[in-house]
Design a protein around this ligand. Structure first.
Ligand code: S5P
Length: 275
């Protein structure tokens, strides 16, 4: 019997150190170790449009976060040099990097989006995000680097599968979540976990991340359908492991202090869960 099946409680009731021993994805193991060491389950969504600001945020918030979530395709001045600098800051402060590319195409196209093109995401990201809409075949393609025989021999980052979204009217339902879990179990070493809003995962080898987090719950506050819940709601009511926060920090009057508040709230909620 698999180790993870012997655990008879919700994943969020187990410590991150315990989870590190259960994760089959290597990047997820490292993430759990960073979380436990730095006492932070806070992820910063660095949705900014120029490299200098991205590097500044990584440097400034690095000590408070376990993971930096990027959207490099919104940068107006992306270069390969940026990713090297970002990696250096990540190593210095002990956080990992997730490129939130939300892959969703057929396998053949996705391979090139991950391993090739301008961004060469697989070269520098520890994790990526992907929708399960295209089915298992798309994940299968990510195992294979089509440029393997050239200079690049790097393999796929860990994948967070997007199982449901934080927007009003999002289409994924519980059946979609259930089927996504089945797909994940076909690639246990590749899948680091899930991105979603509710309690749908019972398997502690997968981490759950939740975006749509602010200090006050709200619906459609940005006029584009984004819904927010509080760190405590996400971690204690919905059993998530990590919170993803963007504008709640970046648009605050004192962003660093605000990030520390999110870190403390999320960590306290986790500690309550495992106590
Ligand atoms: O369902 C989702 C999935 C993601 S990854 N809803 C989201 O908001 N996200 C991402 O989380 C989104 O792309 C953005 O980077 C971040 C939320 O940003 P905020 O400013 O609303 O906190």
């Amino acid at each position: 019997m698999e180790k993870s099946k012997q655990i008879n409680c919700l994943p969020s009731k187990l410590s991150f150190l315990k989870r590190a021993t259960l994760c089959k994805n290597l990047a997820a193991q490292r993430l759990c170790a960073y979380i436990a060491r730095k006492q932070t389950n806070l992820v910063l969504a660095a949705d900014v449009t120029d490299s200098k600001t991205l590097l500044r945020l990584a440097e400034q918030f690095g000590p408070l976060i376990c993971l930096l979530k990027t959207h490099v395709d919104i940068l107006v001045d992306f270069t390969a040099d940026l990713t090297e600098q970002l990696r250096a800051v990540a190593n210095k402060h002990g956080f990992l990097i997730c490129e939130d590319r939300k892959f969703a195409d057929i396998g053949s196209t996705t391979q090139h989006q991950l391993y090739g093109g301008l961004y060469q995401i697989a070269k520098w990201a520890d994790f990526i995000t992907a929708h399960t809409i295209a089915g298992a075949s798309m994940l299968e393609s990510l195992y294979h680097n089509p440029y393997q025989n050239n200079a690049s021999s790097f393999s796929s980052p860990g994948i967070f599968l997007i199982v449901e979204m934080s927007t009003i009217g999002q289409l994924a339902d519980s059946e979609y979540a259930r089927k996504s879990l089945i797909i994940a179990n076909q690639y246990p070493d590749l899948i680091a976990g899930f991105i979603g809003q509710s309690t749908f995962n019972q398997n502690p080898q997968y981490l759950q991340l939740t975006p749509g987090i602010q200090l006050t719950a709200s619906k459609n506050q940005d006029g584009f359908g984004q819904c927010y819940r509080t760190p405590k709601q996400a971690i204690q009511s919905n059993g998530t492991d990590l919170i993803i926060v963007g504008r709640g920090i970046l648009e605050a009057e004192a962003p660093y202090q605000q990030a520390e508040i999110y870190r403390q709230l999320a960590w306290a909620a986790y500690k309550d869960n495992v106590s």
